[in-house]
Design a binder for this molecule. Structure first.
Ligand SMILES: NC(=O)c1ccc[n+]([C@@H]2O[C@H](COP(=O)([O-])OP(=O)(O)OC[C@H]3O[C@@H](n4cnc5c(N)ncnc54)[C@H](O)[C@@H]3O)[C@@H](O)[C@H]2O)c1
Length: 177
């Protein structure tokens, strides 16, 4: 690795640390996968977290793990498709830490089934979580983010539109669809 590259990486790390230090961050879908990885990364860089998910047990385990390392973490069960649950989660951040600086709209669901094998309930749930859930999150969090003044929200690319392609993709090219 050339010397300038390692210096650049070090600088990036410093900038990231500065930017997250003491920030109050609400992460959805944090019980596993990318959401859990984001929670660990943000906590290591000094952020104070509200981690949320529909999986209460896994969420509690992650909370215990992060508190065990000295990080400030609160858990909140949140189904992103529920407007009432969003209000509770945003209030939790403001009650616990006095503000909300960052929303990571990470929660999402995915099915690999094609259109013929997917029923309307499944489709409606994907739209409710990936699309409406993301919008509900912005709607619930933006007033609190504005109160915090220096804020950000982080959309995680959702597969709502990709799903359409997935649903329409021929299951086997030999079928000539
Ligand atoms: N992993 C990838 O390659 C990839 C690629 C593109 C986009 N994404 C998107 O990134 C996000 C995270 O992906 P991942 O691979 O970590 O997924 P994952 O399935 O491992 O984790 C998703 C988390 O979201 C939670 N969740 C599901 N429905 C929820 C709901 N209604 N309310 C709150 N939480 C809910 C789940 O319990 C789970 O903990 C998803 O939105 C996904 O669509 C992932």
């Amino acid at each position: 690795m050339p010397p300038w590259e390692s210096a650049q990486k070090r600088r990036k790390k410093e900038i990231m640390s500065d930017r997250l230090l003491d920030k109050v961050v609400l992460i959805t879908g944090a019980a596993r996968g990318q959401g859990a990885a984001e929670a660990r990364l943000f906590a290591e860089n000094g952020a104070r977290l509200v981690i949320s998910d529909v999986q209460e047990d896994a969420l509690g385990e992650l909370g215990d793990e992060l508190r065990g390392k000295g990080h400030e973490v609160a858990e909140c069960v949140l189904d992103v498709a529920s407007p009432a649950a969003w209000s509770t989660a945003v209030q939790r951040a403001e009650t616990q830490y006095g503000r909300l600086d960052v929303l990571v709209n990470n929660a999402g669901i995915l099915t690999m089934a094609g259109v013929e094998d997917t029923d309307l309930d499944t489709w409606d749930r994907i739209v409710a979580v990936n699309q409406t859930g993301t919008w509900l999150g912005m709607k619930a969090a933006v007033p609190a983010l504005r109160r915090a003044q220096h804020f950000a929200w982080i959309p995680v690319y959702h597969r709502v539109f990709d799903e359409v392609g997935n649903f329409l993709r021929p299951q086997r090219s030999g079928e000539g669809l």
